[in-house]
Write a protein that binds this ligand. Structure first.
Ligand SMILES: O=C(O)CCC(=O)c1ccccc1C(=O)O
Ligand SMILES: [Mg+2]
Length: 375
């Protein structure tokens, strides 16, 4: 296994209620089972891009990856086959402790396996979960950071003219009054035909969140993401049934999506608490593409809508997340149109955004030859 560190700036910082994201640093992970000269499967490429708050720190990620041994270094390993060695290595990375490190290696191994089979990553992932053939395109939302109402309207209008019909807007960084005014201005500017999502990144207490759903209900949000702190599942469950008016004036409740709560409490706790209408699945935070798709399947079975997104990953992990989303039948718009937020990237994007959707690379593996030459 080889690691190559990278550091990529954002074109402009993504302003959220938990501060600005202005740079993404991580590691490309290459596995080359043929490095020892035996006839062996294809090489594979992965990416580990930690984001504290969602994953381990960069140094914990690096330490975990450098501690992994995938090669034949004597002992019992000399007798084991490649697949056993790979499974052993992967099982030493705890998805709860070092999800980004596990993502990096799991993706590299899954890419190698898919290449070996001559199939795309999404079709291998779908097969592993007993799902039908994956989609060829995935609908995506535009991602708009915090800003004043004029900036929000300008960004929303340019996203809509670029073909997006679903916008996700960060809230919770300013007063509720200011956020309500911004979202009203955006709704007025884009009309009723565009789906709006708002993401508070855990900014509000219960009282503010309740007031927020009351005042936002007339704007017909597709959902409000993480209104309350990650730990507060009971609060989120109560918010789902909060009244949004009285009698004939009542608007339908605002659907609640949870994101940070998954890393803090786990998917099972979120589903058991009845805390979410939708869950935001970040493969980097969940410990790998395989685990993200398994989570999507479990959420669906519980009647909760899965949405796949990233931690603003570089192109390798973004393409992997596109494959995960493609394997979810009829997936809702996903947060995968973030390539343009990066100043530069590790390679040309094999999943370009067009008309509010991204193309799913046909393979083999992650993206055929698109990443040849990496790391
Ligand atoms: O979902 C999207 O549209 C993009 C991803 C995104 O918003 C995000 C990116 C990095 C860290 C956290 C988040 C988030 O969803 O809260
Ligand atoms: Mg979020």
């Amino acid at each position: 296994m080889r690691l190559r560190p990278f550091s990529l700036g954002l074109t402009s910082p993504l302003e959220t209620a938990r501060g600005a994201i202005d740079r993404r640093e991580g590691f490309l992970v290459a596995v080359d089972p043929d490095a020892d000269g035996e006839s062996a499967p294809a090489p594979g490429l992965g990416e580990a891009t930690p984001l504290p708050g969602w994953t381990e720190s960069r140094s914990a990620c690096e330490t975990a990856l450098r501690g992994v041994r995938t090669g034949r270094d004597g002992g019992d390993a000399a007798l084991a086959d490649d697949a056993t060695l790979a499974d052993d290595a992967l099982s030493r990375l705890d998805p709860a402790e070092t999800p980004a490190a596990r993502h990096g290696l799991a993706l590299a191994l899954a890419d190698a396996t898919a290449r070996d089979a001559g199939r795309s990553l999404s079709s291998r992932l779908a097969r592993g979960e007993g799902l039908p053939a994956p989609a060829e395109t995935v609908p995506v939302n535009a991602t708009l950071g915090d800003g004043d109402p004029e900036a929000a309207v300008t960004a929303a209008e340019s996203a809509v003219s670029a073909g997006f019909d679903c916008l996700k807007i960060k809230v919770g960084a300013r007063s509720l009054d200011a956020d309500v005014e911004r979202l009203r201005a955006v709704r007025r500017a884009v009309g009723d035909g565009v789906a709006l999502r708002a993401d508070a990144n855990g900014a509000w207490d219960r009282e503010t969140a309740r007031e927020a759903v009351e005042r936002l209900a007339p704007l017909d949000l597709a959902y409000l993401e993480q209104p309350l702190p990650a730990d507060d599942l009971a609060g989120a469950a109560a918010l789902r049934s909060a009244k949004t008016g009285t009698g004939a004036d009542a608007d339908p409740p605002v659907p609640i999506a949870l994101d940070e709560s998954l890393a803090a409490r786990g998917l099972d706790a979120v589903l058991d608490a009845g805390a979410a209408d939708a869950v935001v699945l970040k493969p980097m935070a969940l410990g790998g593409p395989d685990r993200a798709l398994a989570a999507a399947t479990r959420a669906r079975a519980a009647g909760v809508e899965p949405v796949v997104t990233t931690t603003i990953d570089a192109v390798v992990a973004r393409a992997a997340a596109v494959h995960v989303a493609a394997a979810v039948p009829d997936v809702a718009p996903c947060g995968l149109a973030t390539g343009s937020l990066l100043e530069s990237d590790l390679a040309a994007d094999p999943c370009p955004v067009s008309d509010g959707a991204v193309a799913v690379p046909s393979g083999p593996g992650l993206a055929g030859s698109a990443f040849d030459g990496l790391p």
